[in-house]
Design a protein around this ligand. Structure first.
Ligand code: IPD
Ligand code: CA
Ligand code: CA
Length: 264
């Protein structure tokens, strides 16, 4: 499968940083048994992966700005392009040796995400999307699931954990939804959750209080796979609002209604 030069740059960077994360995952098992635990090691793995991504991406596209979870904003001379990068999405999974984590790279031009790559080095699943050119998993074209009966749908979510988000609001949303769907899932890596919606594995997904690097690449994956993605208001942007609701057009609409009802 031929992809654009831009996608090739993003894929190459993701694969190199992915090899580094995969090596580090091997170390985690040894560190699990030590008293201090692997937390510091993981934060180093995280930073190392981000530096690799910064080096590769800025070498291939000098001047583009870079927004990374670890290093924050690095201004570029080209004010219309910004890489939006999470070097390790699903840190808690990684820390526990759970193979559900990813590198997420989005490219923003002006206010629009124009390309996205999400790569899970643990199982070698590589998701790519470019504006107007479709979404792919390891070269297979992706399409969101077509289900139009909520009681047949499996919906992913993000669960606010200790010190994060509004737990009461989440419980109200979950309670309203769990009576209506075939199943709820919490996998723990938002970029992959969005990729799973693009791949039709999840029928829909919602999560509040995410950051741009969690959502940028996944947003274009969902859109290019024919899905609908927004913030919780329906017309707002998921990347900038940090709240995400997505699925096929029908599921997206139903989720919005249910979330609204739950907040009354
Ligand atoms: C987290 C994951 C998780 C989501 C959290 C994010 P991180 O990212 O995407 O699924 O629920 O809100 O912060 O910290 O592992 O990069
Ligand atoms: Ca993240
Ligand atoms: Ca992260």
């Amino acid at each position: 499968m031929q992809h654009s030069a831009l996608i090739n740059v993003m894929v190459k960077a993701a694969l190199r940083a992915g090899r580094s994360l995969k090596r580090d995952l091997g170390e985690i098992e040894h560190l699990q048994v030590s008293l201090k635990g692997p937390a510091n090691f993981v934060s180093l793995a995280d930073k190392r992966a981000e530096e690799m991504l910064y080096t590769d991406l800025s070498k291939a596209r000098p001047g583009y700005g870079f927004l990374g979870e670890e290093g924050g904003t690095r201004e570029g001379t080209d004010k219309s392009h910004t890489w939006i990068v999470d070097p390790l999405d699903g840190t808690t999974n990684f820390l526990h040796g759970i193979p559900q984590f990813a590198i997420s790279i989005g490219l923003q031009r002006e206010d629009t995400i124009i390309a996205g790559v999400v790569y899970n080095p643990a199982n070698d699943e590589l998701y790519i999307a470019e504006r107007g050119k479709g979404a792919f998993l390891n070269d297979q074209r992706l399409r969101v699931a077509g289900r139009r009966q909520l009681n047949e749908c499996v919906i992913g979510c993000g669960l606010p954990h200790i010190g994060r988000g509004d737990h009461v609001q989440f419980r109200a949303e979950m309670e309203t939804l769990q009576n209506k769907v075939a199943g709820l899932r919490r996998f723990g890596a938002a970029a992959l959750d969005l990729a799973f919606v693009a791949a039709g594995r999840l029928d829909g997904f919602w999560e509040r209080n995410l950051s741009p690097w969690d959502v940028a690449a996944g947003q274009i994956l969902v859109r290019e796979a024919g899905g609908t993605i927004s913030g919780v208001e329906g017309k707002d942007d998921a990347v900038t609002s940090g709240h995400v609701v997505c699925g096929n057009e029908y599921v997206h609409g139903e989720l919005l209604k249910i979330l609204k009802a739950a907040s009354k």
